[in-house]
Write a protein of this length. Structure first.
Length: 390
């Protein structure tokens, strides 16, 4: 049988299968695979034919051959999963259902009706087993003494990831990556000995802020367009040049903004006790960050993973919203600093009818040694010198 004859016989077999002539289809598919054993479609058709005839053993053997040739064939994955489920082996079926769902998620065009039905069944079973697994695992852990409120945040997060409730996020700075640093989303206030002194000045800092708010023109959009840079990030396009996310700088790219700083002596004095990173023309940044009512900041990544971003909340309306960093979100509480790694995907929202304002500043990562901080500073300054050379 030449290729043309095999192709013709394959089409005849498919037609017979579609018309319900399963015995004839099985015979034709068998003939094709004998002559063309690499024809994955023929093995798939043979599996369906055998299944229709009640020969589950032959159907499974045929689908195995098909998946050897095309392991990413969604229809074949669904077929094997359904065969296993029909045989009472639902747990063995689950990985094949999940594989089909994963592959289908990356396909843009509409899928055939039979595949869509199979995927619906796959999702139903995946949800069912996910709930059963979570109930079983949590039940066993509680029997052994686990209490969420007494466990560490890291263990609770690991459990959420294990159960599929949260996903894994990694540092992805868009400018400079320093390897080997912990993948931590938030840091706790108690870890920093300077936090208490800063937070004790919250009222004084807020008073200075309210004075500045009498001159709203001092605020400028946090993100501003730059003719020297392409604007290709659609997700953040609506926030560029948008005053709803405003900034009033005390330190801007390593330089004191004298007009603003002179109006905030208490704030500037409080910041002297903070381990700000000093890199010429780049950092520190210290600013009052204003988020208008009903405004959201889309998910994004920061420039460096050698720093942390801090928010000292000063004006937080009720039902404001939260800051999400990675898989965790935390609400702003006036006078309580939030510290997070902005090289991990993060976003923020103000759901209230009033503006939210925090004092935002960056600090060195505590895990960096003094020598590493010195080297990172030298490197970043050298990069800036190169960029400024033209």
């Amino acid at each position: 049988m030449n290729q043309a004859q095999a192709s013709q016989q394959l089409q005849q077999a498919i037609t017979a299968l579609q018309q319900g002539r399963s015995q004839e289809a099985r015979s034709l598919f068998n003939s094709v695979v004998q002559q063309a054993p690499q024809a994955a479609q023929a093995w798939l058709g043979l599996a369906f034919s055998c299944s229709n005839l009640g020969d589950s053993e032959a159907a499974m053997a045929a689908i195995e051959r098909c998946l050897k040739l095309e392991p990413r064939n969604i229809r074949a994955l669904l077929f094997k999963a359904e065969q296993l489920e029909s045989a009472g082996q639902s747990r063995k079926a689950l990985p094949f259902f999940e594989a089909a769902l994963s592959l289908a998620a990356n396909i843009q065009e509409p899928l055939p009706g039979d595949i869509q039905k199979g995927l619906q069944r796959a999702q139903h079973l995946a949800d069912k087993f996910s709930a059963e697994y979570a109930d079983f695992l949590l039940g066993k852990l509680k029997e052994k003494g686990y209490q969420a409120g007494d466990a560490s945040d890291r263990f609770n997060l690991s459990l959420d990831i294990c159960l599929g409730r949260k996903q894994i996020y990694h540092q992805q700075p868009n400018r400079f990556y320093f390897p080997g640093l912990p993948q931590r989303q938030f840091y706790e206030r108690e870890e920093f000995d300077w936090i208490e002194g800063l937070e004790a000045q919250t009222d004084s800092i807020r008073t200075e802020l309210k004075g500045l708010l009498q001159s709203p023109e001092r605020f400028s959009p946090y993100l501003q367009s730059d003719a020297d840079m392409p604007e290709i990030n659609e997700s953040g396009k609506h926030i560029i040049n948008n005053p709803d996310w405003g900034a009033l700088y005390l330190w801007e790219y390593g330089q004191v903004v004298e007009d603003n700083a002179s109006a905030c002596p208490s704030t500037m004095a409080a910041m002297e006790q903070v381990p700000l990173p000093h890199v010429n023309s780049q950092t520190p940044i210290v600013l009052f960050s204003r988020l208008a009512a009903k405004t959201s900041i889309p998910p994004h990544h920061g420039m460096l993973n050698t720093r942390l971003i801090c928010h000292l909340p000063l004006i937080v309306p009720k039902n404001c919203g939260a800051l999400r960093c990675g898989s965790e979100q935390r609400e702003w509480v006036e006078g309580q600093t939030l510290i997070f790694d902005d090289s991990i995907e993060h976003e923020a929202c103000n759901n209230s009818d009033q503006e939210r304002i925090v004092l935002l500043f960056d600090i060195w990562r505590p895990e960096l040694s003094e020598d590493e901080r010195r080297l990172v500073t030298m490197m970043l300054e050298s990069v800036k010198e190169y960029q400024s050379a033209e």
